[in-house]
Design a binder for this molecule. Sequence first.
Ligand code: HEM
Length: 452
Amino acid sequence: MSEAHAYAQTLGDEQSIWSKISPIMNADDPMGVLMRMSERYGGCFPIKLRSEKIYFLSDIDHIRHVLVDNVDNYGKYFDGLKPIFGKAMITVDGALWQKIRRPQQEYFHPKFYEDYFPHLLTAVKLRAEKWSGFAKSGETFELVEETWSLAADMVCRALFDREMPFNPHIVFGAVKAYTDTANHRSIRLKKERGELVEVTTDEAPAQAIGAWLTLPAAIIDALPWQQREKTLLTMLQNAEADPSMPAFDHQQVLDELKQYLWAGTETTALTLGWIFYLLSMHPEVAEKIRREGRNVYGDREPTCADVQRLTYTRSVMLETLRLYPPAWALIRTALGKDKIAGFLIAPGDRIVLSPYVVHHNPKYWKDPEQFRPERFAPGSIKSRVKYSYLPFGAGKRFCIGGQLAQLETVLALTLLLRRFRPEYVGEGPVKIEPTVTLVPKGGLPFRLCEIS
Ligand code: HEM
């Protein structure tokens, strides 16, 4: 059996937590169900699903307990996603995690932003050229496919010094076979019932993961774009060659690249997608973003420093991340005994923490369903309840690329809105679909008009 086929077999594993919570995820209003359950049963309650208890946390004190105060008692949970990440940093714990994260951390420090900026700018300008074609033809396109390609191009150029050496539409279609975990269940049921369709559904994930596994080598083998010496990719390659860094064997390097190509792209892509969707409903906010761009950098190209000064544009991004946090659930496994809200937690118990439910809780956010970028005006952090805003997680496992993602998003927003008026052309309000990430159900069909 090929590696890809072996991975495909793990799809729909009945023991996977994603499989277990799929009845909730398949509900008509899954996030509403979770919020109502939290309201009724409190900020920590066990859900009994097929004889196993999963603790669902949405109270910030309990979340802080798991992510910060007693963090070493809770390991990362990635069973269903092994094919995507292998043994990358995002999946491992303890001393190994520290050894892998520490040397990479430097490449996400703001001191690198000036260096990355021209490459991010190039990626956005190239995307804008493509969008100009959409505007001319008047065609409808799938927005998240576009923003995903943009996010991947930004990561490839800035962090790896490569032009994206793969077709993003094929590759990311492949990833969705794994991250759309509710779909795992239907694949498993088909397998159980032995329907003929099983052959095709089983083959498709195998092909998908086959495509995914070729990516790291494609990145490594592609010609460097600008011949930069100090990039995240060269750091990983040097670490592999350095006997004093045994944690970085060849497989580790490949897995780190896979991790960035998913965790560092889909999240940013969804953020941009949800922002454009909200702006379609709130054209006055889009206008304010354009006005801010004109005031800060006028007709010239923005610099990295200009982008830091786009505080309103930034607040729109932060408010969107509150309403639609791409990582809507963070999952952990208890390593030892613990007590949360009076419940005895046993080793092996699963803990689901939900930034989404926290972000929509009226206890922490006034009128939480309202889209109000002003909540994130400069200085507003002082009045915010600590740990009530978790789009990038918290504690030592917080997102390594969170600041970079914000730079990418604000830059893309200001430049694309300066040139285009994106319009959502789907039928009715978009529903939320909680796969591993929070995606717009049925996608985001968009059309563009170019501002003359
Ligand atoms: C808006 C965009 C993004 C969002 C919302 C986001 C969200 C998150 C969250 C919530 C976590 C913590 C997961 C947990 O605790 O279980 C995380 C971890 C991580 N993110 Fe992001 N992320 C974004 C962009 C990026 C980018 C641009 C990169 C890199 C290019 C990146 C790389 C990572 C990595 C490597 C980790 C694992 C860190 C560790 O385990 O030490 N993310 N992200």
